[in-house]
Write a protein that binds this ligand. Structure first.
Ligand code: PMP
Length: 417
């Protein structure tokens, strides 16, 4: 519909923005979204998106599961359901979490439309404009977007190859409080972090929990990648150690498929009712259909084996990326070496601006996400996220080779100037 016709039909002026609520100003497209159009061109090797690779997904088997579900239990599957989520699935979710050391009761689980919705609801419940959320530096772009829509200020806390640094957390808490601001929670992704790919060490998990307990700061543990370890299981979840002060978020997006949009939150009792009320006002209830599809899959199919085939597929791609980085990236560049998940985080020599370099990378037929997307404060100019989850190993090699060439050329030009 043209804008002209739209105006005639609705009677609204062309520029609506002045009528928006104040918070609409915070609703900005993420850098990743604006990249998608270019990155999804077939001639570009996209190391940008974090899409799970469904090439190893048993489609026929899932078609059978879904057909059976509709034929035999369509009355329930296609009906509204409980705001908290289907009881059978909530019990199965407890079995899944037990793999990471969590002992939980299905009553404390709330099924959400992806864990992204849980992030939104938690933000809605906790954040007043100007409140502080502590997050790793760098952190998940989708969470940063949500926090900013609720007008939180994100204070980043430094991390290294063992994850968030406890001493940096202590310092961030004291400087934030000294400036009179309220800290609402610490958001972190302990396993194969998005975007950095690192794993938080077991010792640090304990220390961070102790700090947050003492300082009365909730920990939001976002764990979509925990079961995707390549060579060994990841350490126990932080929630396994602390059931009072940790809000745990899980998801089937990476262990089954994201199209179902099924995730969950495991929360302390005091928070449960508020979360269910918030969820009901957002979607009434999570989809019964997709919850029951997942539930049948979990009860009838070898889902653990399926996760093992996914991790095998990702491991081959991780190896292809790490080998190519060694071979083609310029001297002075460093990168993380993930033991699971989807992402490598690269830091480039001084003078490289990964955002400014993007058009040249596109000419070289490769895309990545510039580091600044993963910070709320403009940091990350010489950093980039490289995802190995989706392209084939050959394409990953081609992409890194081309990117290495773009970087070498850029560095030479800088030397000459
Ligand atoms: N948290 C993290 C760290 C993620 O990487 C993602 C998806 N990329 C999500 C949450 C959201 O996942 P979903 O809504 O599909 O469960």
């Amino acid at each position: 519909m043209s804008e002209e016709i739209s105006r005639v039909r609705t009677g609204l002026p062309q520029n609506l923005t002045e009528r928006f609520a104040h918070r609409a100003a915070m609703m900005k497209p993420s850098e990743i979204r604006s990249l998608f159009a270019v990155a999804s061109r077939p001639d570009i090797v996209s190391l940008a998106g974090g899409m799970p690779n469904l090439s190893a997904f048993p489609m026929e088997m899932m078609a059978t599961v879904i057909e059976k579900l509709v034929r035999e239990n369509g009355q329930e599957a296609l009906q509204y359901g409980s705001g908290q989520g289907h009881p059978k699935l909530r019990a199965q979710i407890c079995d899944v979490m037990a793999l990471e050391g969590i002992s939980a009761h299905p009553d404390d689980v709330i099924v959400t439309t992806g864990s992204q919705q849980a992030l939104d609801l938690i933000s809605r419940i906790f954040i007043d404009p100007g409140d502080v959320v502590l997050a790793e530096a760098p952190s998940y772009v989708g969470a940063l977007g949500t926090f900013s829509q609720y007008e939180a200020q994100v204070v980043h806390v430094a991390m290294d190859n063992d994850g968030l640094i406890p001493q940096a957390l202590r310092e961030a808490i004291s400087t934030t409080r000294a400036s009179g601001r309220k800290i609402k929670f610490l958001y972190l992704i302990p396993n194969y972090q998005n975007p950095a790919g690192v794993l938080l060490s077991p010792e640090r998990r304990t220390e961070i929990l102790e700090i947050c307990n003492k300082e009365k700061i909730f920990v939001v543990e976002d764990n979509p990648y925990g079961l995707l370890g390549f060579d060994r299981p990841s350490p126990d979840a932080m929630r396994a150690e602390d059931s009072e002060n940790v809000i745990y978020l899980g998801s089937f997006s990476k262990t089954i498929a994201p199209g179902f949009r099924v995730g969950w939150a495991l929360v302390p009792q005091a928070l449960k009712e508020k979360l269910v009320i918030a969820l009901e006002s957002s979607v009434l209830c999570p989809s019964n259909f997709t919850q029951l599809a997942i539930s049948s899959y979990l009860s009838d199919q070898p889902w653990r084996d399926q996760i093992a085939s996914f991790t095998q597929l990702y491991k081959v791609r991780r190896d292809a990326m790490l080998e190519s980085l060694e071979k083609y990236f310029p001297k002075g560049a460093t990168w993380t070496k993930p033991g699971g998940g989807f992402y490598v985080w690269a830091t480039l020599p001084e003078g490289i601006d990964t955002k400014a370099l993007m058009p040249k990378a596109i000419v070289g037929k490769v895309a990545y996400v510039p580091g600044t997307a993963f910070y709320a404060d403009g940091f990350g100019t010489r950093e980039m996220r490289l995802s190995y989850c989706y392209p084939t190993p050959e394409r990953i090699r081609d992409g890194i080779k081309s990117l290495g060439h773009v970087l070498e050329t850029e560095l030479k030009v800088r030397e000459l100037n």
